[in-house]
Design a protein around this ligand. Structure first.
Ligand SMILES: Cc1cc2nc3c(=O)[nH]c(=O)nc-3n(C[C@H](O)[C@H](O)[C@H](O)COP(=O)(O)O)c2cc1C
Length: 214
């Protein structure tokens, strides 16, 4: 769907998911992430960049697993994560939009829980490439987890936390030869509707990931 059509539908409050392509399971147990190898950090930093041209090829489950662990997985005893959060509130939830459904990443169980059995990739941003790239992540802040943070700072802290996750995804992508771009140009109410979010939940950013085109 073109950006123009999305803007028009968005203005009418009518930007909606497509039917799922394939049958979604209620949950997906991810294989163990590969925590070895990858590019040395400085080489990954040297390759980090935003790309907006994606092949349609799906991401294999082991790659999705490592990507999500790098993004915001549990990396130590006690439940610490790969990205920081103010007062360790861990307020960002990572939603995973795939062709067969939208899932919530459960970092503790390292698994995906189905939240919508529809293809809501095109709802995750106004840009056209988000519809067909194999994966769109959506970073959602749960303000209910930020009770210890002063109200006036919650949005900025949540944005900083989502930014750290996004950079993890950039670095993993650079290391694994994937293309990615973080995106703020989103119809946030359409995404919130499609994911069934509550009042305390705020759509912060979205990020597309896939194999580079061509
Ligand atoms: C908060 C934020 C929001 C962004 N929103 C978008 C967006 O909606 N669409 C997009 O294509 N790129 C978006 N970008 C990516 C920037 O355009 C990109 O990082 C910038 O052009 C620099 O390019 P580089 O990432 O390759 O260094 C965003 C970046 C940030 C940090």
């Amino acid at each position: 769907m073109s950006t123009f059509t999305k803007l028009a539908l968005g203005a009418m409050g009518a930007l909606r998911p497509r039917p799922a392509r394939g049958k979604a399971g209620k949950s997906i147990k991810l294989p163990a992430p590969d925590k070895s190898g990858g590019l040395p950090l400085m080489r990954a930093l040297a390759k980090r960049r935003s790309s907006r041209e994606f092949a349609r090829k799906p991401l294999p489950l082991p790659i999705l697993s490592s990507l999500l662990w790098a993004a915001f997985g549990v990396n130590r005893r006690g439940g610490g994560r790969t990205a920081p959060s103010a007062l360790d509130a861990q307020e960002i939830d990572v939603y995973v939009a795939l062709p067969d459904g939208a899932y919530l990443y459960d970092a503790k169980a390292h698994s995906l829980r189905l939240v919508a059995a529809s293809d809501l990739r095109r709802v995750t941003g106004y840009q056209d490439f988000v519809d067909e790239a194999p994966l769109d992540l959506v970073y959602v802040a749960d303000h209910a987890r930020m009770r210890m943070v002063p109200v006036g700072q919650r949005e900025s802290y949540a944005s900083a936390a989502a930014g750290a996750i996004a950079q993890n995804v950039y670095l993993y992508s650079a290391s694994a030869g994937l293309a990615t771009v973080i995106r703020a140009w989103i119809d946030r109410s359409a995404v919130a509707d499609a994911l069934g979010l509550g009042h305390d939940q705020q759509v912060v950013l979205s990020q597309t990931v896939g194999y580079p085109r061509g």
